[in-house]
Write a protein that binds this ligand. Structure first.
Ligand code: FES
Length: 182
Protein backbone atom coordinates (compact mmCIF):
# COMPACT_ATOMS: atom_id res chain seq x y z
CA UNK A 1 0.00 0.00 0.00
CA UNK A 2 2.79 2.30 1.05
CA UNK A 3 4.77 1.39 -2.08
CA UNK A 4 1.78 2.25 -4.21
CA UNK A 5 1.39 5.69 -2.59
CA UNK A 6 5.09 6.40 -3.19
CA UNK A 7 4.65 5.19 -6.72
CA UNK A 8 1.73 7.57 -7.30
CA UNK A 9 3.53 10.55 -5.82
CA UNK A 10 6.62 9.64 -7.87
CA UNK A 11 4.54 9.66 -11.07
CA UNK A 12 2.93 12.99 -10.11
CA UNK A 13 6.32 14.50 -9.33
CA UNK A 14 7.71 13.23 -12.61
CA UNK A 15 4.80 14.62 -14.60
CA UNK A 16 5.17 17.94 -12.76
CA UNK A 17 8.83 18.14 -13.75
CA UNK A 18 7.92 17.23 -17.35
CA UNK A 19 5.29 19.99 -17.48
CA UNK A 20 7.71 22.57 -16.07
CA UNK A 21 10.37 21.52 -18.56
CA UNK A 22 7.91 21.66 -21.44
CA UNK A 23 6.75 25.13 -20.41
CA UNK A 24 10.33 26.31 -20.10
CA UNK A 25 11.18 24.97 -23.56
CA UNK A 26 8.08 26.58 -25.06
CA UNK A 27 8.93 29.89 -23.41
CA UNK A 28 12.48 29.67 -24.77
CA UNK A 29 11.24 28.87 -28.26
CA UNK A 30 8.78 31.78 -28.15
CA UNK A 31 11.54 34.11 -26.96
CA UNK A 32 13.87 32.91 -29.75
CA UNK A 33 11.12 33.34 -32.36
CA UNK A 34 10.47 36.86 -31.07
CA UNK A 35 14.14 37.83 -31.21
CA UNK A 36 14.51 36.41 -34.77
CA UNK A 37 11.38 38.18 -36.00
CA UNK A 38 12.57 41.48 -34.52
CA UNK A 39 16.01 41.11 -36.13
CA UNK A 40 14.49 40.23 -39.51
CA UNK A 41 11.81 42.88 -39.27
CA UNK A 42 13.98 45.90 -38.44
CA UNK A 43 15.24 46.60 -42.01
CA UNK A 44 11.77 46.04 -43.45
CA UNK A 45 10.10 48.37 -40.95
CA UNK A 46 12.85 50.94 -41.50
CA UNK A 47 12.35 50.86 -45.26
CA UNK A 48 8.58 51.03 -44.85
CA UNK A 49 8.70 53.99 -42.47
CA UNK A 50 11.19 55.79 -44.70
CA UNK A 51 9.20 55.32 -47.89
CA UNK A 52 5.91 56.21 -46.18
CA UNK A 53 7.22 59.36 -44.61
CA UNK A 54 8.80 60.39 -47.91
CA UNK A 55 11.98 61.23 -46.04
CA UNK A 56 14.36 59.61 -48.45
CA UNK A 57 17.42 61.75 -48.05
CA UNK A 58 18.96 63.39 -51.03
CA UNK A 59 22.01 61.32 -51.80
CA UNK A 60 25.00 63.24 -53.14
CA UNK A 61 27.61 61.31 -55.04
CA UNK A 62 31.01 62.73 -55.86
CA UNK A 63 31.45 62.52 -59.61
CA UNK A 64 34.85 64.16 -60.22
CA UNK A 65 36.86 67.29 -59.58
CA UNK A 66 35.26 70.17 -61.41
CA UNK A 67 38.70 71.36 -62.49
CA UNK A 68 39.08 68.28 -64.70
CA UNK A 69 36.18 69.32 -66.98
CA UNK A 70 36.84 71.49 -70.03
CA UNK A 71 34.73 74.63 -70.22
CA UNK A 72 31.88 74.57 -72.76
CA UNK A 73 32.45 70.95 -73.80
CA UNK A 74 30.05 68.26 -72.55
CA UNK A 75 31.70 65.27 -70.90
CA UNK A 76 29.95 62.02 -70.11
CA UNK A 77 31.15 60.54 -66.86
CA UNK A 78 30.35 57.29 -65.05
CA UNK A 79 30.00 56.94 -61.31
CA UNK A 80 29.08 54.16 -58.89
CA UNK A 81 26.09 54.53 -56.61
CA UNK A 82 25.50 52.33 -53.57
CA UNK A 83 21.79 51.86 -52.99
CA UNK A 84 19.97 50.17 -50.14
CA UNK A 85 16.66 48.52 -50.99
CA UNK A 86 15.23 47.16 -47.71
CA UNK A 87 17.46 44.09 -47.21
CA UNK A 88 19.66 44.41 -50.27
CA UNK A 89 22.56 46.74 -50.77
CA UNK A 90 23.80 46.99 -54.31
CA UNK A 91 26.14 49.14 -56.32
CA UNK A 92 25.03 50.33 -59.72
CA UNK A 93 26.94 52.33 -62.28
CA UNK A 94 25.23 55.39 -63.75
CA UNK A 95 26.43 58.19 -65.96
CA UNK A 96 25.76 61.89 -66.41
CA UNK A 97 26.54 64.49 -69.02
CA UNK A 98 28.37 67.37 -67.38
CA UNK A 99 28.54 70.79 -69.01
CA UNK A 100 30.87 73.22 -67.25
CA UNK A 101 30.10 76.78 -68.25
CA UNK A 102 32.54 78.53 -65.93
CA UNK A 103 34.65 77.79 -62.86
CA UNK A 104 31.53 77.88 -60.68
CA UNK A 105 28.67 77.19 -63.11
CA UNK A 106 27.93 73.60 -64.07
CA UNK A 107 24.96 71.57 -65.32
CA UNK A 108 24.51 67.81 -65.15
CA UNK A 109 22.04 66.06 -67.45
CA UNK A 110 20.57 62.63 -67.09
CA UNK A 111 22.00 60.60 -70.02
CA UNK A 112 18.53 59.14 -70.70
CA UNK A 113 16.55 60.60 -73.59
CA UNK A 114 13.20 61.98 -72.36
CA UNK A 115 11.43 60.53 -75.41
CA UNK A 116 11.71 56.78 -74.81
CA UNK A 117 14.76 56.23 -72.64
CA UNK A 118 17.65 55.69 -75.06
CA UNK A 119 21.13 57.03 -74.34
CA UNK A 120 21.95 60.05 -76.47
CA UNK A 121 25.37 61.26 -77.65
CA UNK A 122 27.22 64.52 -78.10
CA UNK A 123 28.00 65.50 -81.68
CA UNK A 124 31.26 67.44 -81.41
CA UNK A 125 31.08 68.79 -84.99
CA UNK A 126 27.53 70.07 -84.85
CA UNK A 127 27.76 70.83 -81.11
CA UNK A 128 24.46 69.27 -80.18
CA UNK A 129 23.14 66.20 -78.43
CA UNK A 130 21.62 63.55 -80.70
CA UNK A 131 19.58 60.51 -79.84
CA UNK A 132 20.22 57.50 -82.10
CA UNK A 133 16.81 55.90 -81.52
CA UNK A 134 14.30 58.35 -83.06
CA UNK A 135 16.54 61.27 -84.04
CA UNK A 136 15.71 63.73 -81.28
CA UNK A 137 18.21 66.58 -81.17
CA UNK A 138 18.94 68.86 -78.21
CA UNK A 139 20.86 72.07 -77.73
CA UNK A 140 23.85 72.10 -75.37
CA UNK A 141 21.70 73.94 -72.83
CA UNK A 142 18.93 71.32 -73.06
CA UNK A 143 15.99 72.42 -75.28
CA UNK A 144 14.71 70.18 -78.09
CA UNK A 145 15.76 71.28 -81.60
CA UNK A 146 14.19 68.41 -83.54
CA UNK A 147 12.56 65.02 -83.16
CA UNK A 148 9.81 63.54 -81.00
CA UNK A 149 11.28 64.28 -77.52
CA UNK A 150 8.45 65.91 -75.53
CA UNK A 151 10.69 68.01 -73.23
CA UNK A 152 14.25 69.31 -72.85
CA UNK A 153 17.06 67.20 -71.41
CA UNK A 154 16.54 66.37 -67.74
CA UNK A 155 18.88 68.18 -65.40
CA UNK A 156 20.07 66.57 -62.17
CA UNK A 157 20.73 68.36 -58.86
CA UNK A 158 24.39 69.39 -58.57
CA UNK A 159 26.60 71.02 -55.98
CA UNK A 160 30.27 71.96 -55.86
CA UNK A 161 32.22 71.51 -52.64
CA UNK A 162 35.95 72.14 -52.30
CA UNK A 163 36.29 71.93 -56.06
CA UNK A 164 34.52 68.56 -56.30
CA UNK A 165 31.32 68.05 -58.27
CA UNK A 166 28.49 66.13 -56.60
CA UNK A 167 25.26 65.00 -58.25
CA UNK A 168 22.08 63.37 -57.06
CA UNK A 169 20.99 60.54 -59.30
CA UNK A 170 17.31 60.60 -60.34
CA UNK A 171 15.20 58.92 -62.99
CA UNK A 172 12.34 60.59 -64.82
CA UNK A 173 9.26 59.40 -66.62
CA UNK A 174 9.83 59.27 -70.37
CA UNK A 175 7.40 60.25 -73.15
CA UNK A 176 5.63 63.04 -71.25
CA UNK A 177 6.13 66.82 -71.42
CA UNK A 178 6.49 67.18 -67.63
CA UNK A 179 9.64 66.24 -65.73
CA UNK A 180 8.32 63.65 -63.27
CA UNK A 181 10.65 61.77 -60.93
CA UNK A 182 10.06 58.01 -60.82
S1 FES B 1 14.45 57.63 -77.36
FE1 FES B 1 15.52 59.37 -77.96
S2 FES B 1 14.42 60.07 -79.65
FE2 FES B 1 13.33 58.36 -79.01
Amino acid sequence: MNECKECESGVKEKSGVETTRRRFLMAMMAAAAFVISVILGIPFIGALVQSRSGEQKQKWVKVADLQSFPEGEPVRINFALREQDAYLEQTTVHSVWVVKRSASEVTAYSPICPHAGCYYNWNTQLRRFECPCHASVFRIDGPVIAGPAPRPLDTLPVKVENGALFVTWERFKTGVPEKITV
